[in-house]
Design a protein around this ligand. Sequence first.
Ligand code: GLY
Length: 697
Amino acid sequence: MSKKILVIGNGGREHAICWFLSQSPQKPELLCAPGNGGISKVAKCFAVEPEDIQGLIKLAKSEKVDLVVVGPEKPLAMGLVNEFQKANIATFGPTKEAATIESSKRYSKELMLKHNIPTAQAVVVRSFNEAIDQLSEKFPIVLKADGLAAGKGVSICRNFEEAEAVLRDWFTDKKGKAEYEQILIEQYLEGEELSLFVVTDGLSYQVLPPVQDHKRLLENDLGFNTGGMGAVAPTPLLTDELLDEIVVQIIEPTLKALQSEGKPFQGILFLGLIISNGKPYVLEYNARFGDPEAQALLPLIQVDLVELFDACTQQKLSELQKKYHWQPHRWQTLAKKGYSLCVVLANRGYPGNYVKGSEITLPPLDLDVFLFHANTIWDEKSKKLTASGGRVLNVVGIGNELLETRDRVYRTAKAIQFKGKQYRQDIGKKVFYHIESEESLRFGATLTILGSSSGNPSPNRNTSSYWLDVDGEGYLLDCGEGTSRSILQNNIDALKLRAIFITHTHPDHCAGLPMLLQMLHLSERHDNLPIYLPSDKIPVIALMLQHMYLIPGRLSFQYLFKPLGDEPYEDERIQVLPFRTNHLEKYREYAEPLGIVCKSYGLQVRISDRMLLYPSDIPSLLDVPNVLDEIDLLLIESTHIHPNQVAKIAREHKIPRVILTHVGTNREEQVPEWRALGITHQIPWFEVAYDGMEVTF
Ligand code: GLY
């Protein structure tokens, strides 16, 4: 008779665990509580919550379960394993006492300091006033809530004001919540993070492949902290030499310390490490697999999970190690060759409030691509799959080549459809830097800000201009006076320019055209460069080109004007949906002496399933309310729109990223709110641009 295994949890981690248990040659019968839309395809799901311990024991007894595997931390901290042990049901996971290593940050910090395990210095505080007294001059610092706070209990504060705001929130607004009663004020360590998993039966241990998580919502580690937006394994950050250090300084002392304190650990010990100046430090311990780390890690190991979990609950891990020649501190001895990469598809609004219930359409999966569901519901009657939470799906690929694996994963991520889908385009980027050339590192499109300084006249102003790079081809959005200089300063290859879009004809947005065209003309490459601009401005621009800079005789250059408004654009990859807006009086003032009548426009640029919006003013934004729900990046000129209006719109429409340009020294005096908004920790998606800044979107 096949073994019955009950998996507890409902996320992507639990789906991956269920899937790999189902691949065991032992062909176990799988049960899951409560499971999700994907898990229901490999395990029988029961509507019992992970924290309903008595309900779970009743289920396990009535179903005569042989083994229980616990996914999330909360039931471990509540003593689920202790209760199952009392009921004589084998359970993979630590007892409540051993799980304190995760459930109390104060306890784990004291344990590390007592046993000389390398970690950041910290003090524990119990009130707001005590905390304020303890804050030193030195920033950044890290604030950590003592208890389990579902990923919301850690805050990196860059200055006193940020720290004060977080402490007030935790000690005052969240007063009465046990997890926030004690707070750690911790030294900030600079470095690269990695997640290392150690499976242990309490006597022996085995190291698993090192994984790199991507905790921030946005590319380049910007935006809110999340549960994790993707993972890659193995990370070359962990060399064998470094691992040897980690074994001696961290893994063995931790397991021994727990034993000596009467809390032997059985299950998965998850080390959140940071490598700072070449040395490993523990940021935190967890008492279970990481999510999404498990989704990346499990496809990479050549292990019968049923055999592994059984061996741990029976304290026979060393027998398994002998049988398969695994070396305890060499993950390579049980791993496949190659890489694994996991991209999380989240819901718009995550990690804040998100909209539930969008229907999901799935494409057929490529070879070696797995789809692990995180928050989905499968309705058997209507045969519909819907999104039911913040993180919705995990797309995981494995393969010998990381680049090829990444492309396969992103092809699938793109083909999966649901309203509000958002995901990071740069998962694994840091690992690529270790192993690949920069040329092969294109992740989606990049936008380089070529002019963010003040629009006030000055000899070295840049004025607005943005270089959009799509697969190595360039598109200019606007072309202010300093554009050519900025292109050179930023080492951008002007020969790659394929089109220019002018949003309106104030000199700030087009005065650099003659110089730029001359530069391109000299290269003898661009004989037919489309320039898209408002149709009524064609004669003005033509006049400007003739009279401002271009040398007679060199005007054989063929440029092509396209009207902005009525006709669709012809570039296949960039879909520009133009919209008209009101006139801007202040631009008239600037422009009329030059014979230019200004009209304001905005651009929507859609590249694959990403959308950039570059509106010229608030009316532009208000003209397109439907579009606002789809935008991934909103590019704003601070001179046109009041910050509070943008903040309101960005919040209402859950726009994941807003970049403000034209915030130079002069402008800063006029609109100081911009920078204030840009640096507050509450809205990290509000960024203030600087010249040369590169944005992936
Ligand atoms: N990805 C981090 C965690 O699971 O805690």
